[in-house]
Design a protein around this ligand. Structure first.
Ligand code: HC1
Ligand code: SF4
Ligand code: SF4
Length: 564
């Protein structure tokens, strides 16, 4: 163990600990910008400099290991002067339009500048990059004038997703982070997952904001209908300042009503529908010798990834649309008919934890089933704009008949959840036995990037794999291509942790993901119905409208095809 003093207080830490980590142990706050707790240390911004007794130069706390007897000052006049100088240099390259920036109020640069009390005019002249704003993607907006070159986005896109859409180009003052050949994002292999947005400390990468469209359609007198994804109820309160894992289903429904939605429906309902279709498709492939392993198809960033990097493997993807799109189809047909509306009278909105869902709804084969997708972060902004006192809002109920989902649908929002939901139904349908207290398939749970499990279903040992993070998906695609993956069914979610870690949420860390995970599994346990095939409204819609899973009508409305 190493003993040192930080701001006069003694601390004991293991060898190899950095000054930043040691300070955090003492609850001493050292400002950071390029540092991210889940990423490799970069030490490029230099805002975390500290003073170490006996050293002339100021080391960066994020990458300097502690040593025995070290005496550190984290906020001496010399340190503050140096940090203010670093901040002046950063601000001389950063637009000063905070009031109209998407990150206003949640920007890490803004916070550090405020904490540093930058109360004098900048001594350096403002010299902005000339890069134009890239609004070509339906999912995210790049405004590289605002980039502070921290490199976090490159790590998320490159290491976590294995895609590396952006890279550093040029040197020194001219350094920029850009897609290859200065292409627009839409012309790259970007899958729209928003993991780069998740880690960007400033407004250089942001979620495409579609909130104005919602207001426009409401003002135009459209019948406003919204569906809410499984993980939104887990993540929304956090985006409004509550602690991670605060579930607020009823409050969100109430807030959406206040904002002007005529019907508020639950995507958990269509997640159950997805299980009916996808589960039946899986059984059909098993029985009739269809293409196996079958891949899940509810994550649009994964579908796009597979279309781009595995066109030869597209027959493995389930043809089932995602719950979002299945719901869109049902709203513009069955629901419209029941309400005596034409499809063009309805504005079908969905609130999602996901930026890629914005792209999914614009795919031509999806028609206008879902008109607008807003993310958790956008809904949080709309709630603030409407002046809603969210914390003190009474709970409200989803509208019927699409307001009921099972616990199986609820866990769609976490890695392994789609598989677990499918297994609950497939097992009972095939064996005719009830799972009773063995309902929770703990073998498919967890945060390991690639997990596998097997389950005895009747005579067959079903082998499954669960993957999250596209860099992991790449490895599994390779195994399938080489014929080395003896799985029957593979769940892939692009975002680490699944949708609870989606790009449309407030910034995510593994620590926050653990709290969100606990909340989502608790929600499953709280629900009276925990298997998709037991959802009475799902049973009703098959009886009244769809016939049975994989019927002609189901194929027309609930299934899709892929583009290589
Ligand atoms: Fe997801 Fe899904 S679980 S993809 O993560 O299948 O976005 O929450 O809504 O469509 O249900 C996202 C979440 C979501 C779909 C469902
Ligand atoms: Fe990479 Fe995803 Fe960002 Fe696109 S949205 S640049 S794929 S991290
Ligand atoms: Fe969107 Fe979920 Fe896929 Fe992430 S894992 S891209 S949030 S659907």
């Amino acid at each position: 163990m190493i003993h040192l003093k930080i701001d006069g207080e003694c601390v004991e830490v293991p060898e190899g600990t950095t000054i930043l980590e040691a300070a955090r142990k003492l609850n001493v706050h050292i400002p950071t910008l390029c540092y991210h707790e889940d990423q490799a240390v970069k030490a490029v911004c230099r805002i975390c400099v500290v003073e170490v007794e006996g050293q002339r130069l100021l080391p960066t706390a994020c990458n300097t290991p502690v040593s025995e007897g070290m005496v550190v000052k984290t906020a001496s006049p010399k340190v503050i002067k140096a940090r203010k100088n670093v901040m002046e240099l950063i601000l001389a390259r950063h637009p000063q339009d905070c009031l109209i920036c998407s990150k206003n109020g949640s920007c890490e640069l803004q916070k550090v500048a405020k904490d540093l009390n930058m109360n004098q005019p900048n001594r350096y002249e403002l010299t902005l990059r000339s890069t134009k704003k890239d609004e070509s993607s339906p999912c995210i907006v790049r405004d590289m004038k605002k980039c502070i070159l921290c490199g976090r986005c490159m790590e998320s896109c490159g290491k976590v997703q294995g895609i590396q859409v952006m890279a550093k180009e040029n040197r020194g003052f001219h350094t920029e982070i850009v897609p290859p050949y200065g292409k627009d994002l839409v012309d790259t292999s970007c899958v729209g997952c928003g993991q780069c947005v998740q880690v960007c400390p400033v407004g250089a990468l942001s979620i495409r904001d579609n909130t104005d469209e919602v207001y426009r359609q409401t003002a135009a007198g459209k019948t406003m209908v919204i569906q809410m994804a499984p993980s939104v109820r887990i993540n929304l309160a956090e985006a409004l300042g509550q602690k991670p894992g605060t579930v607020s289903t009823g409050k969100i429904v109430h807030a959406l009503k206040k904002i002007g939605f005529y019907k508020v429906f639950d995507s958990d309902f269509s997640a159950d529908l997805t299980i009916m279709e996808e589960g039946t498709e899986f059984l059909k492939r098993l029985k009739e010798g269809g293409t196996l392993p079958m891949f899940t198809s509810c994550c649009p960033a994964w579908v796009k990834y597979c279309e781009t990097y595995g066109p030869d493997l597209l027959p493995h993807l389930s043809t089932a649309k995602s719950p979002q799109q299945m719901f869109g189809s049902i709203i513009k047909t069955y629901f419209a008919e029941k309400e005596g509306l034409k499809r063009e009278d309805i504005c079908s909105v969905s609130v999602m934890p996901c930026t890629a869902k914005k792209f999914e709804c614009k795919r031509p084969e999806m028609k206008d089933d879902v008109d607008i997708v807003i993310t958790v972060v956008e809904l949080a902004k709309m709630i603030r704009t409407a002046g809603i006192d969210f914390d003190n809002l009474e709970d409200a109920e989803f509208d019927v008949p699409f307001g009921l989902g099972s616990g199986a649908a609820q866990i769609f929002g976490i890695t392994g959840g789609v598989m677990e939901a499918a297994l609950r139904t497939v097992y009972e349908v095939v064996t005719g036995n009830s799972l009773e207290e063995r309902l929770e398939f703990t073998a498919v749970r967890g945060f390991e990037g690639i997990r596998e499990a097997s389950l005895q279903i009747g005579d067959l040992t079903v082998k499954v794999a669960i993957v999250h993070g596209l860099a992991n998906a790449k490895k599994v695609l390779e195994l399938v291509r080489e014929g080395k993956a003896d799985y029957h069914f593979i769940e892939v979610m692009s975002c680490p942790g699944g949708c609870i870690g989606g790009g449309g949420n407030a910034p995510t860390t593994w620590k926050k993901l653990a709290a969100r995970r606990d909340a989502i599994y608790q929600e499953d346990r709280n629900l009276p119905i925990r298997k998709s095939h037991e959802n009475p409204y799902v049973q009703q819609i098959y009886k009244e409208f769809l016939g049975e899973p994989l019927s002609e009508k189901s194929h027309e409305l609930l299934h899709t095809h892929y583009i290589s």
